[in-house]
Design a protein around this ligand. Structure first.
Ligand SMILES: *[C@@H]1O[C@H](CO)[C@@H](O)[C@H](O)[C@H]1NC(C)=O
Ligand SMILES: *[C@@H]1O[C@H](CO)[C@@H](O)[C@H](O)[C@H]1NC(C)=O
Ligand SMILES: *[C@@H]1O[C@H](CO)[C@@H](O)[C@H](O)[C@H]1NC(C)=O
Ligand SMILES: *[C@@H]1O[C@H](CO)[C@@H](O)[C@H](O)[C@H]1NC(C)=O
Length: 963
């Protein structure tokens, strides 16, 4: 659970007094800090105040100031004040002006301010024959897209225009094209990969500044060399809003970037040059504020919700007071200016400011701008009461909320959100949830529900580490689409909706003339499983090397089935009741027709006409063949007629915590965590998951709709010795008393690596030594270590770093009777041939890994930047099963989709892809065969429904449903 430290944009230090200052910054960083600090003085109010302070200083230090009979010197001084007053008034005008409204974007109406003549796009490109989603909809006919100097020039029906010879053209042959994706919630650049102790600059948590830090700006944390940026861009995400973290009620100002490092004329790591608004005058740039409600600021500062609300309101009241003072100054100054009374002007300037006030203004500048509507307010807020409260504050002080982020409960109050009248965007996750109380009401159908009420929905990454990697933003839109968000809205949710919400929809979010040339070419329909970018243009510049893309295994998928996407269906509860009452009757003989494809391997090949019938009773298949061949088995029992039936084995999840923890961040809902104490490795203290297991919860419900009939769960641990895993059914119908456990002791689990260090085993080397010692000393004993040493129970060891994995391979050489299985395996591809030679299979937790930590620094970013780990491992002959990773099992309903995706990227057959989460896992862990799951639709694609599953000698679930 070490990953808790940097998950969920939290990266919230447990202790606010923790020192967050970076030590010896490199000189280049110092320069940029100095530069941005200088820039800050150009902000209207700050500048104005500085001037006031200087004036004041001069007044006080010029001792003999006479009101009457000015001497020539005094006259000059009076003129000096008058002109300074004018400067102040100019600042007044600037601070009062309304936010910039951009004119409608049209061809030829604008240039790309990020463009430069040295590295900018300098040849005109035309993408021919593109199937284009333009940000709003799919265009009916294929189009040709012309772009130059970083701007889209024209979009015309394909084949109608003859382009000049000097245009560089690329024939897409109907491939899918979308605008560059827009992610309105990311923390990359502020926290760079691999995450090290000194690279997280996302939360200004410090007892001195406290929970209100609107005055800090994330731009001052940005590291314009974060490798995540390039990985994110390879997922088609070209624009990101970089936000401070959520530890503080007001976290600071955010900034929008384009995900192209070193994009300036000198190709250097310059922060300014990755900004979307690079090239636009500072005063004309968009500003954004990050705020947070709920448990993060509550936990970090030990406040209740009412305390948090009061602190915020007090701050805003002060901001309003200062704003009014500022306005008063401006009005008085105006009238003095028209009176031209030099003496009064001097007196006014003398008495109207102080250094303290100047400092206050600097500190409150962002909050005042918020009150003036000059800053887009983005609030991290999950729960209904928190959103309601924040909306109340927004009315009390008169600021507009641009978006609620995360907002996993928003689906429960769409009308309340709408009633704000502010058209608040819900920037949320499609499936991640359940990890804390605030996230426990997460609903897979939320996108559709919000859309039905006309609430704008955007999906966002919350990029911090692998689990939130922004590279896979599009997967969320695809998942939301599977749960009935329409195709157009799903694609809008990662393009034009966030662009509009952030008020940059005059430049990004669309492929239309006049827009920035941020264009993504996909290898398949962008909402299909495993859609991979094969070219990403940012400001018209191609960012992917076609040779690398080809070698990565990302190939264009052709064919008609590409165009038909399926969504999950919903049946009424009465309809469901009717079918399930019969199906779930003890001993019912169930007939299922319309089965097009079976993955039950050799036993039941698909019939020739693609319409097989299955008759099944108590989980036992009586007949599975053509309808005629099965007719003698069909009796009066229930009949289910499918249109596109698929039969799969029940999937077995190597789970994160299913049955052992309900809400990851709430220890009161968990079996507990095997600690780091020295005694935890004593044979008599080994922990058995079978004694702590629960059999239902929200993760189980998601498992059931994903056709996951069984799970293997190891004791939760943050140390070296985890204990013994258990195999359970996910039906939620059985317990330990009636067969809920299908295998009591599955494997003995250990962990080698950073997260296994403890006081007694302070180094990785001591953990490796300890493991060898345990196997050696217990070889002839009957205890669990002895059994593992002799290979009587699998020995599963979690490791990610290639050097740690090499230690395990060496250990296997020394203890060749063990049945050693590698778990985790983020960098296993580097030792794939050794793993194969030593017959060590891998339960891979990272089919889409990220080099987000030092231990995973060698992890493959995957297509289009590299091959996928499954491809490398399977090519080397390593047996691979997929294991879940992350904080909890909230993604478990997509287990088959994940395996299908891994299979596509690795060039596996569909049957082999199923094996990754079925037969291979059974083979690796020595489990008996799982039951059978009947699906309507193809579960290797999005949108298939589990109709009925059979497990443990009966019906596991019938038309399972889940939030
Ligand atoms: C065009 O851009 C490329 C890549 O940035 C550069 O190598 C080339 O010199 C440029 N050509 C012209 C004519 O400016
Ligand atoms: C576009 O590509 C498709 C698929 O290759 C092809 O059938 C069609 O003729 C092409 N259209 C044009 C106008 O080139
Ligand atoms: C609300 O916001 C969405 C997305 O930002 C936008 O598409 C829509 O036009 C807005 N509606 C109104 C009434 O402003
Ligand atoms: C499959 O065959 C059965 C029995 O012949 C028939 O009732 C059903 O309509 C067919 N289903 C499909 C999808 O063709």
């Amino acid at each position: 659970m070490a990953s808790l430290n940097h998950a969920y944009e939290a990266s919230i230090p447990a202790n606010p007094t923790q020192d967050h200052k970076t030590s010896d910054e490199q000189p280049k960083l110092d320069q940029f800090v100095a530069k941005t600090t200088r820039l800050s003085w150009a902000k209207p109010t700050a500048n104005f105040l500085l001037i006031c302070a200087i004036i004041l200083y001069i007044i006080i230090s010029s001792a003999r100031w006479a009101i009457s009979d000015p001497s020539p010197d005094e006259l000059r001084l009076q003129q000096f004040y008058t002109s300074k007053l004018e400067v102040g008034l100019q600042r007044c005008a600037e601070s009062q002006r309304s936010p910039i409204k951009y004119p409608e974007t049209k061809a030829g109406s604008r240039h790309n301010p990020r463009w430069n003549p040295v590295t900018g796009q300098n040849t005109t490109l035309v993408l021919k024959n593109a199937t284009l989603f333009d940000g709003e909809k799919f265009l009916e006919k294929p189009v040709d897209i012309v772009f130059k100097y970083g701007i889209i020039d024209s979009v015309t029906n394909s084949g109608k225009t003859v382009f000049p010879d000097e245009y560089q053209s690329s024939d897409l042959r109907g491939a899918y094209v979308t605008p560059g994706l827009v992610d309105m919630h990311s923390h990359h650049l502020a926290i760079s990969w691999p995450i090290l102790l000194e690279t997280d600059d996302s939360n200004e948590v410090n007892p001195e500044t406290g929970p209100l830090t609107p005055q800090v700006r994330v731009i001052d944390s940005i590291k314009a060399y974060d490798i995540a940026t390039t990985i994110i861009a390879s997922g088609g995400v070209t624009t990101s809003l970089i936000l401070p973290g959520s530890a503080n009620i007001m976290g600071g100002e955010a900034v929008i970037v384009k995900n192209l490092l070193c994009s300036g004329p000198n190709g250097e790591e310059v922060v300014e040059e990755i900004l979307l608004e690079h090239g636009i005058p500072l005063n004309d740039r968009r500003r954004y504020m990050k705020m947070a409600c709920g448990t993060n600021p509550r936990a970090v500062y030990d406040h209740t919700r009412m305390g948090t609300a009061w602190i915020f309101r007090k701050h805003m009241a002060r901001a309003r007071e200062l704003m009014l003072k500022q306005d008063e100054w401006c009005l008085t100054a105006q009238s003095l200016q028209s009176s031209s009374d030099a003496e009064k002007i001097a007196a006014f300037v003398q008495k109207t400011d102080s250094e303290d006030l100047a400092r206050d203004y600097l500190e409150y500048d962002s909050s005042i701008a918020m009150l003036k509507g000059q800053i887009g307010v983005n609030v991290h807020c999950y729960e209904t009461e928190d959103m309601e409260d924040m909306m109340k504050h927004s009315k009390e002080f008169g600021f507009r909320i641009q978006a609620f982020h995360h907002a996993l409960d928003a689906w429960e109050v769409p009308e309340m959100l709408k009633a704000s009248g502010d058209n608040i965007t819900i920037a949320t996750f499609a499936e991640m949830g359940l990890y804390k109380k605030e996230a426990y009401e997460a609903n897979l159908w939320a996108g559709r529900i919000l859309a039905e009420h006309g609430v704008p929905v955007a999906y966002k990454s919350d990029h911090v580490g692998e689990e939130t990697s922004a590279k896979y933003l599009l997967h969320q839109a695809a998942t939301a689409h599977a749960f009935q968000l329409s195709e157009e809205l799903a694609l809008q949710s990662v393009t034009s909706v966030p662009a509009k919400s952030l008020e940059v929809d005059h430049r990004v979010g669309y492929v239309r003339p006049g827009y920035d040339a941020d264009i993504v070419v996909w290898n398949s329909h962008p909402l299909s499983v495993g859609a991979t970018a094969i070219q990403v243009y940012i400001d018209g510049r191609a960012t992917l090397d076609p040779k690398t893309v080809a070698e990565s295994g990302a190939v264009i998928e052709q064919g008609e089935e590409q165009k038909t996407l399926v969504q999950k269906s919903t049946i009424s509860s009465t309809e469901r009741q009717e079918i399930c009452d019969q199906v779930e009757k003890d001993g019912a003989r169930i007939t299922i027709t319309g089965i097009r494809k079976s993955y039950l391997n050799d036993e039941y090949p698909a019939t020739k006409d693609g319409n097989a019938t299955m008759v099944i009773k108590n989980g036992e298949i009586l007949c599975f063949a053509s309808h005629e061949a099965c007719s003698s088995h069909i009796t009066s029992g229930p009949i289910i007629n499918l249109k596109n039936g698929h039969v799969l084995p029940g999937l077995t999840a190597v789970s994160v915590s299913l049955g052992l923890s309900e809400i990851a961040l709430d220890s009161g809902t968990s079996d507990g965590i095997v600690g780091k104490s020295p005694s935890s490795v004593d044979p008599e203290n080994v922990v058995y998951a079978k004694y702590g297991i629960h059999f239902d919860g929200r993760g189980f419900a998601r498992a059931r709709i994903g056709g996951v009939t069984r799970a293997v769960s190891a004791p939760l641990s943050n140390g070296f010795a985890d204990g013994v895993s258990v195999g359970i059914l996910t039906s939620g119908k059985k317990t330990i008393l009636d067969g809920g456990i299908f295998q009591e002791d599955v494997a003995l689990h250990f962990r080698i690596g950073q997260n296994a260090k403890s006081a007694s085993l302070p180094t990785i080397s001591s953990s490796v030594h300890k493991l060898r010692q345990l196997l050696h000393q217990n070889t002839n004993k009957t205890n669990i270590y002895g059994r593992a040493s002799r290979g009587e129970i699998p020995l599963v060891v979690h490791a990610n770093d290639e050097y740690d994995i090499s230690q395990l391979i060496s250990l296997k050489h020394a203890f060749n009777t063990t049945n050693l299985i590698l778990h985790g395996g983020a960098s296993a591809h580097l030792v794939a041939t050794h793993l194969a030679a030593a017959s060590i299979p891998v339960l891979l937790s990272h089919p889409r890994p990220a080099p987000d930590s030092f231990s995973k620094r060698s992890a493959l970013p995957g297509p289009p930047l590299s091959q996928s780990p499954v491809r490398v491992l399977t090519a080397a002959g390593v047996k691979v099963g997929l294991a879940s990773a992350g904080e909890n099992d909230s993604h478990i309903h997509n287990l088959m989709v994940e395996a299908s995706w891994a299979g596509k990227l690795a060039g596996l057959s569909r049957g082999e892809a199923v094996g990754l989460v079925a037969g291979n896992v059974e083979g690796i862990l020595g489990l008996n065969k799982a039951g059978v799951v009947v699906w309507e639709g193809d579960p290797l694609e999005f949108g298939a429904d589990v109709v009925v599953s059979f497990e443990g000698g009966g019906v596991g679930s019938c038309w399972p449903v889940s939030n």
